[in-house]
Design a protein around this ligand. Structure first.
Ligand SMILES: Cc1cc2nc3c(=O)[nH]c(=O)nc-3n(C[C@H](O)[C@H](O)[C@H](O)COP(=O)(O)O)c2cc1C
Length: 194
């Protein structure tokens, strides 16, 4: 698979975490403006980037540091898998599947309008193998941590988003050609507010 390096994430920004928390609102109307690769990079780093000099820990907490989440993005130029190690993208498809993704989410059209859609997937076995059935709940909790990082980072970059839990899991899995063990649990459309 073709890989694409992402720009180096920044560790300082102009907007405080307090301001991001205060201003964040779910937005469902997006302008047709591309989200830059710099901003895509920064948002993916906030979601699942490696934040530990030894390379072990990531931006969001994880039960037992087992990291059960796999993150995909859908944009105009294709579908990509985020690889935290090396902070890079792996190309999955060169097709724009935003309209099909919106259809798989019961026609929530803003998924098509967004500059990019982040799909957080869970590989539950990574956590249930060690912690039993609690691993399911804990993995879902981790996705919430990762998603909130995305929204606060997006807000700080002048972007907006909305969490989407209502979609057909099987349709999304088929569309993104996900590995059998990877279950889509959250769609996060991100874009410029219209
Ligand atoms: C787990 C979860 C699932 C959600 N699913 C959807 C969804 O499928 N579609 C949608 O438009 N909004 C969805 N939302 C967004 C909520 O409607 C929104 O967060 C709520 O109205 C509060 O507004 P705020 O986010 O601006 O504070 C979801 C929120 C959460 C936390």
């Amino acid at each position: 698979m073709k890989e694409q390096a992402l720009p180096k994430p920044k560790l300082k920004g102009a907007v405080s975490v307090e301001e991001s928390i205060y201003k964040r609102r779910s937005v469902r109307n997006y302008a047709s403006k591309t989200v830059s690769l710099e901003d895509v990079s920064q948002i993916l780093w906030a979601c699942q980037g490696i934040t530990d000099p030894r390379g072990r820990f990531r931006a969001a907490p994880s039960p037992g540091a087992l990291y059960p989440l796999e993150v995909y993005i859908v944009k105009d130029d294709g579908v990509f898998h985020y690889m935290p190690t090396g902070h890079k993208l792996e190309a999955i498809s060169d097709k724009n599947l935003k309209a099909e993704l919106a259809a798989a989410a019961w026609g929530q059209v803003f998924i098509q309008d967004a500059g990019l859609d982040i799909i957080i997937c869970a590989v539950y076995d990574r956590v249930t193998a060690k912690y039993g059935k609690n691993g399911i709940r804990w993995t879902d909790m981790e996705a919430g941590h990762a998603a909130q990082n995305v929204f606060l980072q997006a807000e700080a970059l002048g972007l907006s988003g909305v969490p989407v839990g209502a979609f057909d899991e099987n349709a999304v899995s088929r569309l993104l050609n996900l590995p059998r063990e990877s279950k889509p649990i959250y769609i996060l459309p991100i874009g410029y507010k219209r």
